[in-house]
Design a protein around this ligand. Structure first.
Ligand code: NAD
Ligand code: UDP
Length: 338
């Protein structure tokens, strides 16, 4: 049966893809976003893809009155909580903004949910809570050891949600720890649109391929990995949002606290990603090896067994499709939504 889902951060990269999946599955979607890192055009594109639109509320999750009004006006069944700031480097220089947006914002949201009696939430956490892992693959019981203010905000919100769930057995919380989301909707209408200089590998490679940037800087080739470059678990954003839909049903069926990795279980190096993107795009990706990026870890990939077991979910899309879909989005929208 369709649920009414409040999607915070719903006009962002992952949130907009979640809106498509939710609408296609027959849910009613309310997006609340302050547009600090996104464009309303993303929601117009969601409308174009689904022939149905989410309701959009331009507001901040720290605005208690705006949240109360949403819960007053709509019978919300569950919240998908994507809203937050996410740039690791920026979190080091602007820690207070990160704690305010991500931690205070989540507290204000939970207070409004509690006042309205909304018990179910699916939260965007991150593999960054594991820090530099002692071993791979990383299971959910691995030690938590964030290495940036951003990572600490995710760990703190996980803690708050854990205590909130423990206070009332009727509440249901999914803490979804994402590995590295990449790719775009196959329509090429929505995708990742970083503002300014892209911090992440895939948007940077895409911008090199489309001619916006000269070359990729490969941050170090002297790690203890197969080719010396950093290894990550890249997951197609459509697989990621499929995992969210499964988690939404699961929290509705099973009140409790559910901590779940969303990754493929496969590690891919920077140079393997470059080769896959060249293949998918037919373009050459010039690159230069430079120094390691401070704070980077050598390798990180998920043990996705719990997601398979609890959610009957497994990533379906391979690296070729991740690159092909990122490329289609980048080629069709060389300046993103602008
Ligand atoms: P994004 O920046 O594209 O989306 C976040 C959205 O939240 C944006 O639309 C932004 O405008 C909105 N927002 C930010 N602060 C807000 C506030 N105070 N009130 C209302 N709206 C606010 O990022 P994304 O890649 O879609 O990430 C979504 C979530 O997933 C984030 O919480 C992020 O930390 C988490 N996550 C992302 C990644 C990744 O690599 N993309 C990995 C792990 C976890
Ligand atoms: N990376 C790189 N050049 C870039 C951006 C990233 O070599 O311009 C490398 C980075 O060192 C890491 C991998 O690509 O090994 C993934 O980095 P990203 O920032 O996308 O994800 P994260 O490090 O946060 O997992």
């Amino acid at each position: 049966m369709g649920q009414t889902v409040l999607v915070t951060g719903g006009s962002g990269y992952i949130g907009s893809h979640a809106c498509v999946a939710l609408l296609e599955a027959g849910h009613t979607v309310i997006v609340l976003d302050n547009l600090s890192n996104s464009s309303e055009i993303a929601l117009q594109r969601v409308h174009q893809i689904c022939a149905r639109a989410p309701l959009f509320i331009h507001a901040d999750i720290r605005d208690a009155a705006a949240l109360a009004a949403v819960f007053e006006a709509h019978e919300v069944d569950a919240v998908m909580h994507f809203a937050g700031l996410k740039a690791v480097g920026e979190s080091v220089t602007m820690p207070l903004s990160y704690y305010d947006n991500n931690v205070t914002g989540s507290l204000v949201l939970l207070q409004a949910m509690e006042a309205a009696g909304v018990n179910n939430i699916v939260f965007s956490s991150s593999a960054t809570v594991y820090g530099d892992p002692a071993s791979v693959p990383i299971g959910e019981n691995s030690p938590l050891n964030p290495t940036s203010p951003y990572g600490w905000t995710k760990m703190m919100v996980e803690r708050v949600l854990t205590d909130w769930q423990h206070a009332d057995a009727g509440r249901s919380v999914a803490l979804l720890r994402y590995f590295n989301p990449v790719g775009a909707h196959p329509s090429g209408l929505i995708g990742e649109d970083p503002r300014g200089f892209p911090n992440n590998l895939m948007p940077f490679i895409s911008q090199v391929a489309v001619g916006e940037r000269d070359k990729l800087h490969v941050f170090g080739d002297d790690y203890a990995t197969l080719d010396g470059t950093g290894v990550r678990d890249y997951i197609h954003v459509l697989d990621l949002v499929d995992g969210h839909l499964k988690a939404l049903d699961f929290v509705a069926a099973k009140p409790g606290l559910h901590t779940i990795n969303l990754g493929t279980g496969q590690g891919v190096s920077v140079l393997q990603m470059v080769a896959a993107f060249e293949q998918a795009s037919g373009r050459q990706i010039p690159y230069a090896v430079v120094a390691r990026r401070p704070g980077d870890i050598a390798q990180c990939w998920a043990d996705p067994a719990r997601a398979r077991h609890l959610l009957q979910w497994e990533a379906q899309r391979d690296l070729t499709q991740m690159c092909a879909d990122s490329w289609r989005w980048q080629q069709g929208n060389p300046c993103g939504y602008r």
